[in-house]
Design a protein around this ligand. Structure first.
Ligand code: 3PY
Length: 250
């Protein structure tokens, strides 16, 4: 049995005060044994949110990090800086970072390795564009992203990696993949992990669906064989809506 995992991706939203207000308003977070949950917040809020959630079941994650240990990388944040303040998860290679910040499969791979080296759980994002889907290339694109993103990882590291399938055409558009399409693509990812590693590894790896997930559709996705959770944008910005997503994953 894979433990369900719901992560909120706040993107570049919320002031410091608004972030604290959100955490203070949470009252119904299921036990971490039943549903793993995380809020992936902007860097500037992380330490405060970690401190405020010490006795809560919720984890705090980052939305990015650099792949080097330290050095002359102005404006960047290292994995060690994140673990040092108690951050547990990190999103890697979100399509917005691939699109606007030149993230490539190679940097995704370096960051994923660096996350594991520092005991962070990487949430590695993959997904095809609408053009690629229309051209019938969705599976090919995603298989390649998985292969290159995981290259060089040990089987144990892959088991501890979360892969988020986020079709680009469903991000921030209000359009969502049908649960059947999302499940089919998450199945493609699981099959690729089995081909690269083994069936046993692929049965352990958790795969989230992301793209316009909301309280109204979470249960439908969670009922699918290959979907173990969700990476959620807009619907994770309000405490009551986030709690409904967690309840939907129970
Ligand atoms: C979305 O749901 O829009 C996301 O991009 C989640 O990462």
């Amino acid at each position: 049995m894979r433990k369900p995992f719901i992560a909120g991706n706040w993107k570049m939203n919320k002031t410091f005060d608004e972030a604290v207000e959100f955490i203070d308003a949470l009252s119904n977070v299921p036990s971490n044994d039943e549903v793993e949950s995380a809020i992936c917040a902007p860097f500037i809020q992380l330490k405060e949110l970690v401190d405020k959630t010490q006795s809560s079941q919720i984890n705090i994650g980052a939305q990015n990090m650099h792949f080097e240990d330290a050095g002359a990388y102005t404006g960047e944040v290292s994995a060690e800086m994140l673990t040092n303040i108690g951050v547990k998860h990190v999103i890697i290679g979100h399509s917005e970072r691939r699109q606007y910040f030149n993230e490539t499969d190679e940097t995704v791979n370096l960051k994923t390795k660096q996350a594991h080296k520092n005991n962070l759980v990487p949430i590695v994002c993959v997904g095809e564009s609408d053009k690629e889907r229309e051209a019938g290339k969705a599976a090919e694109v995603v298989e390649s992203q998985v292969k290159l993103g995981l290259e060089g990882l040990t089987a144990e590291q892959v088991k501890a990696t979360v892969i988020a399938y986020e079709p680009i055409w469903a991000i921030g558009t209000g359009k969502s993949a049908t649960s059947a399409d999302a499940n089919e693509m998450c199945g493609v990812i699981r099959k690729q992990v089995a081909a690269l590693y083994s069936g046993a590894v692929s049965e352990k790896v958790r795969i989230q669906y992301g793209g316009s997930v909301k309280p109204e559709n979470i249960k439908e996705y969670m009922a699918c064989e290959h979907i173990d959770g969700a990476l959620v944008g807009g619907a994770a910005l309000k405490p009551d809506s986030f709690e409904m997503l967690l309840a939907g994953a129970l």
